[in-house]
Design a protein around this ligand. Structure first.
Ligand SMILES: Cc1cc2nc3c(=O)[nH]c(=O)nc-3n(C[C@H](O)[C@H](O)[C@H](O)COP(=O)(O)OP(=O)(O)OC[C@H]3O[C@@H](n4cnc5c(N)ncnc54)[C@H](O)[C@@H]3O)c2cc1C
Length: 396
């Protein structure tokens, strides 16, 4: 059985950034598994634009040599904002080719504890021993399907993450459930491909992220109010951008700020594209049933809708028990809060040597970890912890 110091599960922004930092450290044998940028390529819609600003959309390498700007210069093709999805995925592949050329695209199917390290099973049945495991496997297993829709077949009610191309809904009547960026952008894209679409939003209003010209164009004022990743409102954004400070706040305050920083909202640039899309606010769906090959939705206000398809843009709820590769015994020894692992310095869980990056780290390090912008912090903290701890080759 082969062995390595560190096995990274996942090759999205977090896995690739962690790999770039760890591989730059002399003497560490690091293996990275997963298809690079696959969540972005297969589970986000064609035509999507990134909501995060360019400054908050870099993957991270220790020298800062593989930024979006470096990618654009290397390709001779300047960046545009908001960044189109294919440019971001192309950037991810470019980054991977430079920083992690020996990536192994196989899936990890099992992880269990093995003495002081871990035993991994790969998709072809091969086994590997690793002293440490970094779980950077993203949010796909956490796609949230609310109770009201669970009795409907997937052919009639699908989660937004099930589609990379919405053109199959051309000419169909589609109800989009949700009021955040994914719901509003899916609705705009559906309208643009010729679907008849209505957005049903539970809350009384839809929030749009207005960029007030005097705030965002006057650089000193913008810098004072918003940290570059631009996660969270004015002022709060600076706390969110400093996860080590954020995690020292009283728990109640962290929870409140986290909710405010990620509440559903649409980017300002999306609003004109939604002007011909009916958006019905204050409309909670109380039941959903099939009606031939269509769906009837009953709403809390007594009205109903008959549609060809329901698109659930209802977000993701972190629950690490949904990672299919974590063995039950290992899972039960990870200290958790509401599905999130409780992490310490270096993103290490209560199982020594097992780390979690990305959205599962948000309970411990705040909302920045839900975004690409958190990859820099995560990769640096993880690396400095591992370099202090991992024994040299040959040590047992
Ligand atoms: C519609 C939508 C739009 C978004 N837009 C933005 C945005 O504009 N800006 C932003 O910052 N964030 C955005 N996000 C959030 C975004 O998902 C995260 O910022 C980002 O993907 C986090 O990176 P990650 O590496 O944690 O996860 P992912 O990008 O999901 O990568 C996880 C990787 O793990 C691999 N993997 C999973 N399981 C295994 C396994 N068993 N073995 C091997 N590999 C495995 C997958 O193949 C995948 O490549 C958006 C999310 C959604 C749903």
């Amino acid at each position: 059985m082969s062995a390595c110091d560190v096995a990274i599960i996942g090759a999205g922004p977090y896995g690739l950034s962690a790999a770039a930092h760890l591989k730059a450290a002399d003497g560490l044998d690091v293996r990275v598994f997963g298809e690079p940028m696959s969540f972005w390529e297969r589970h986000m819609p064609k035509g999507m634009l990134l909501r995060s600003p360019l400054e908050g959309s870099h993957l991270s390498d220790p020298a800062g040599a593989l930024s979006l700007q470096a990618y654009a210069a290397a390709k001779g093709n300047p960046l545009t904002a908001p960044l189109p999805l294919p440019r971001f995925t192309d950037y991810g592949h470019w980054f991977q080719n430079q920083a992690v050329p020996d990536l192994d695209s196989r899936k990890v199917e099992g992880v269990e504890k093995n003495g002081s390290g871990f035993h991994l099973t790969l998709e072809n049945g091969e086994h590997l021993k690793a002293r440490r495991v970094i779980v950077a496997a993203g949010i796909m297993p956490f796609a949230w399907r609310p109770q009201e829709f669970r009795s409907l077949p997937y052919s009639l009610a699908s989660h937004a993450s099930a589609h990379s191309d919405l053109s199959r809904f051309s000419g169909k009547q589609v109800a989009v459930i949700g009021g955040g960026q994914s719901a509003l952008e899916s609705a705009a894209l559906l309208h643009e491909v010729g679907a008849e679409v209505e957005v049903l939003v539970r809350t009384p209003i839809v929030r749009w992220l207005w960029r007030r010209p005097w705030v965002h164009t006057c650089r000193p004022i913008a810098r004072m109010l918003y940290a570059p990743p631009d996660v969270g409102q004015a002022g709060i954004s600076h706390l969110v951008a400093r996860p080590n400070l954020f995690r020292r706040l009283p728990r109640l305050m962290q929870n409140r700020l986290a909710v405010r920083a990620i509440r559903p909202a649409g980017a300002a640039w999306l609003k004109p594209r939604c002007q011909h899309v009916p958006i019905s606010t204050g409309r909670a769906v109380i039941s959903a049933a099939t009606f031939g090959d269509r769906v009837i939705l009953k709403l809390a206000d007594g009205s109903e809708r008959r549609v060809d398809h329901v698109l659930l843009a209802t977000g993701y709820r972190v629950d690490i028990s949904r990672y299919p590769f974590l063995a039950a015994r290992l899972l039960s020894s990870i200290r958790q809060i509401g599905g999130y692992p409780q992490l310490e310095v270096g993103f290490e869980s209560s199982v020594p040597g097992l780390h979690f990056l990305g959205a599962p780290a948000a309970w411990s390090f705040g909302p920045l970890l839900r975004f690409v912008a958190g990859a820099e912090f995560a990769a640096r903290e993880l690396t400095s912890k591992i370099l202090r701890k991992v024994p040299n080759h040959g040590d047992s």
